[in-house]
Design a protein around this ligand. Structure first.
Ligand code: ADP
Ligand code: MG
Length: 258
């Protein structure tokens, strides 16, 4: 998609190297610490590597640090120790001018959608491209394409406040993918949706992943985790574990202690 999009293609190759195929993992966390309180680190020595094309669930109980982990990647917060490499670049060393650049190479989807209700669908999605200075003509075609991918083809003129929750989340997903980011972060994106809609939204993320975008999907919804074959990372007491094989044991333990 977007082969004629010069504003995208002109991005530095360290992020846009999908065709040239990867020299480096897309995301690396090296011994990452985050303290919100001096005495108790929220994250204590997190090591994690995400390869291009992966779909990774991040789970753990409420307050475990799932959102914090994602926020460190998109630099809502800085790490207090260790480092985070995005396509080989240390995100904490990006200059202020580079932060918008980092953000446009990351798509982010939140639990509460964060759409602007009195804007149209088109306005909510195109805002990601406006930041890049994309031409009006190109913007129209890219937004149309993104809306088609999320199942909202032809709905660009509608006010977002009039849409259902599931549709609003689709608008937010379209806004996140319209720049064709290398990495899509989702923080409990199904948390405000009923179970059937949650599955639909998960399926949409899986389709986006199958088309080439790396996805990190934070959720504590066990029904989503158990129905899907993806890599699973558990955050527990500030540390991160690979849990693909241990999911059943982990679920049993957390359900007992809940
Ligand atoms: P999760 O997303 O897994 O529910 P969070 O990452 O939101 O967990 O929170 C992890 C811990 O860090 C919690 O104890 C929370 O209170 C604390 N925390 C998160 N963000 C902040 C913040 N901005 N200021 C202070 N404490 C925070
Ligand atoms: Mg959270």
């Amino acid at each position: 998609m977007g082969s004629d999009d010069s504003s995208i293609r002109n991005m530095p190759s360290f992020v846009r190297s999908r065709s040239g195929q990867p020299q480096k993992p897309l995301l690396v966390l090296e011994d990452v610490y985050k303290y919100f309180r001096r005495d108790i680190p929220t994250l204590r020595g997190v090591n994690l590597t995400v390869e291009r094309g992966e779909f990774v669930f991040v789970t753990g109980p409420s307050g475990a640090g799932k959102s914090t982990l994602l926020q460190l990647v998109y630099r809502q917060h800085d790490v207090d120790g260790g480092r985070i490499l995005f396509s080989g670049r240390d995100v904490s060393r990006l200059t202020d001018r580079s932060i918008p650049f980092l953000r446009r190479n990351l798509g982010i989807v939140f639990q509460d959608f964060k759409v602007v209700p009195h804007w149209t669908v088109f306005e909510n999605v195109s805002v990601s491209l406006e930041i890049l200075g994309t031409s009006q003509k190109l913007m129209r075609s890219r937004v149309a394409e993104a809306l088609e991918r999320v199942g909202l083809a032809g709905r660009g003129g509608e006010r977002v406040g009039h849409l259902s929750g599931g549709e609003q989340q689709r608008v937010a997903i379209a806004r996140a993918i319209v720049t064709d980011p290398a990495l899509l972060l989702a923080d409990e994106p199904t948390g405000n949706l009923d179970p059937a809609l949650a599955i639909d939204i998960l399926t949409l993320f899986e389709e986006i992943n199958e088309a080439g975008t790396t996805v990190i999907f934070a959720t504590h919804d066990h029904s989503l985790l158990s129905s899907s074959p993806h890599r699973l990372i558990v955050i527990d007491e500030g540390r991160v574990y690979e849990a693909t094989r241990g999911l059943r044991a982990w679920s049993a333990r957390t359900q007992m202690s809940a």
